[in-house]
Design a protein around this ligand. Structure first.
Ligand SMILES: Nc1ncnc2c1ncn2[C@@H]1O[C@H](COP(=O)(O)OP(=O)(O)OP(=O)(O)O)[C@@H](O)[C@H]1O
Ligand SMILES: [Mg+2]
Length: 401
């Protein structure tokens, strides 16, 4: 007997809506017998307020009703309460209406008068479909959520890969620079020795000639030029040696502030004649580091020389020393022409120069020295505004001055 069988969806809320009281009552009785929690309403408007309050799983909705007809109520339910499913009751022979209602979102329809058993069957089927569809919707929601999470992860990963690639590229460039320096070391050590002997000889002969041509102004000029050029070659050799030499010199406690002061004093005449204002700032107490004083001086000399070269028509030279946790930060800035973007990766290369009389060793020497002490160097520059070199030298173990 149908009446006694409890539905597998017993406990679900079902709302019965019809303007005919008898139908509502009979249907309610039938459904309660199957274990459903039954709610009732007698027109479309009432139906909507019950749906809003109770959110039933299913509405059995009559098509023809006063106040608000079933079709209007159906459309509102579909639009506002997607989890509530609707089975429509229609009059006999109104297939067209039924098709329209199905298109509007009804889950099923039943022609009146209906047989109880087919109503119960339809209800179970629609509730079964609802169960699957709701689970499906939940899955889709989870899928969307997961997809968004994956997308976020992807973006994160892409960013990490990008960062790592940049780091790798930087490391690669540094290796290349180190290799260039190493190659330079081999060549220059041998070359310097071989070339300086004949150079000395040339210089010596030039001096002899300059004595012999003392009364001949024209030739004296040529001889002087020979000496100057020899001098220049010698300077280049000295710089080449400095750029490639290992840090084997004896080390002692070096006060960076004193070294900076000395280098600035040495360049004072040049700064003044170029109308360069010098801004020397030492923040707090700068601990001494263990280093070769000549090398530390070279860091300052080369950076200050480059900075002053860029400010032949005046400007501001900044030398700032700041103690950081494990490093001493040395910042040397100028208000010169700046370094074009395409040169930024090359300035530390030995031989790279944009100056007519430059050798391109200044910064490679600085780089070698800074690296030798486990320090870091970077450059920030904007064309037309100026350049800042930032060096960080490790403090190492505490040193008493
Ligand atoms: N402060 C700066 N402002 C603008 N450009 C700079 C600055 N410092 C370095 N450069 C650029 O980097 C190049 C390399 O500098 P580096 O000191 O290595 O060699 P150099 O100054 O050309 O020659 P030298 O061997 O005489 O120092 C310079 O020629 C210049 O183009
Ligand atoms: Mg230089």
């Amino acid at each position: 007997m149908l009446k006694e069988r409890t539905s597998q969806f017993a406990g679900e809320k079902v709302l019965v809506v019809d303007d005919e009281e008898v139908i509502v009552e009979l249907t309610a009785l039938l459904l309660r017998g199957r274990g459903f929690e039954v709610l009732t309403a007698y027109n479309g408007e009432e139906c909507l307020s019950v749906v809003e309050k109770e959110q039933p799983a299913l509405v059995l909705l009559d098509y023809m009703m006063p106040v608000m007809d079933g079709e209007t109520a159906l459309k509102k339910i579909i639009q506002r309460y997607p989890d509530t499913y609707v089975i429509m009751f229609t009059g006999k022979g109104s297939e067209e209406v039924a098709v329209r209602l199905m298109k509007a979102g009804a889950a099923d329809y039943l022609q009146k008068p209906f047989v109880n058993s087919s109503l119960l069957e339809r209800i179970d089927t629609v509730l079964q479909i609802r169960l699957v569809e709701l689970a499906n919707r939940e899955l889709m929601r989870e899928k969307d959520l997961l997809q968004r999470e994956i997308e976020a992860w992807n973006t994160h990963l892409e960013r990490r890969v990008e960062e790592k690639s940049q780091e790798l590229e930087l490391a690669h460039r540094e290796i290349l620079q180190a290799e260039k320096l190493a190659a330079l070391g081999h060549i220059s050590a041998g070359m310097a020795h071989e070339i300086r002997n004949p150079l000395n000889a040339i210089n010596l002969f030039a001096q002899i000639l300059s004595g012999a041509y003392a009364d001949d102004p024209e030739n004296s000029v040529y001889i002087k030029k020979i000496s100057e050029e020899v001098e220049r070659i010698d300077e280049i050799l000295v710089k080449m040696l400095a750029a490639s030499r290992g840090t084997a010199a004896p080390r002692s406690a070096v006060s960076l502030d004193l070294v900076a002061k000395k280098v600035l004093a040495n360049s004072e005449v040049q700064s003044r004649s170029q109308q360069v204002e010098v801004d020397f700032v030492v923040e707090g107490e700068i601990p001494a580091i263990v280093a070769d004083p000549t090398e530390v001086e070279q860091i300052f000399t080369n950076l200050v020389t480059n900075a002053l070269f860029e400010m032949r028509n005046g400007g501001r030279l900044g030398v700032h020393l700041t103690p950081e946790e494990e490093y001493i930060r040395i910042e040397i800035s100028d208000t010169g022409r700046g370094i074009p973007q395409e040169h930024l990766s090359q300035v530390f290369d030995p031989f790279f120069t944009t100056k007519e009389k430059g050798t391109g060793f200044g910064l490679s020497v600085v780089l070698r020295i800074v690296r030798g002490y486990g320090g870091l160097i970077k450059v920030e520059s904007e064309v037309g505004r100026g350049t800042t070199f930032i060096v960080r030298l490790p403090v190492g173990e505490a040193v008493t001055k």
